[in-house]
Design a protein around this ligand. Sequence first.
Ligand code: ATP
Ligand code: MG
Length: 187
Amino acid sequence: RARERLESLLHLINDWLDMARISRGQIVDKLKPLDLERLLSQQVEFMKSLAEESLVRLELRPIEKKAFVLGDGQSLEQVFSNIISNAIKYNKPGGSVTVTLREEDGNWVTDVMDTGIGIPREHLPLVFDQFYRVSRREDQKIKGTGLGLAIAKKIVEAHNGIIQVESQPGQGSTFSVRLPKAEPEEK
Ligand code: ATP
Ligand code: MG
């Protein structure tokens, strides 16, 4: 139990350090054209075992075109790793997580759709706040510090992007990340 407590404290400290470290300038300096589908398919691959353990089907829908955005790979990995792991953690056995990509007004939009427990309407505006966790019996059993989405929002906004959520309690949630397109040949 002591070991578990320590591990979760360490996790908290690391998340919090991330939160403090992430400054807009740092990210903006590192923006370059990046293949978003490739990044997503790697993240989906990393999450396969968590999904299997949770009896959740996880898939990335392939697209025809190349989806290039101006981004910093490491920071965007952190964004999608949190959103996809949330979609698995706050799901139900037999549920699914579907990741899709679409173009919209000069942006690439990634939707992470889950068939999980959902988020009550009154909590929706708060899930991106630091340390905010929906207080439900389900959530208490699931490990987390409530920093993942706050970090994700900071990173997405440093990319001049937008992160949004829609949810039906009991049916599932969709997190959408909108990032400005880049041309692959752009520096
Ligand atoms: P961590 O810091 O480890 O990511 P966390 O997962 O609890 O901890 P966030 O990722 O910031 O924190 O999410 C905040 C809260 O929003 C969660 O505790 C959960 O209550 C709710 N939430 C996030 N994603 C989903 C989802 N896909 N379905 C249902 N609830 C969700
Ligand atoms: Mg999380």
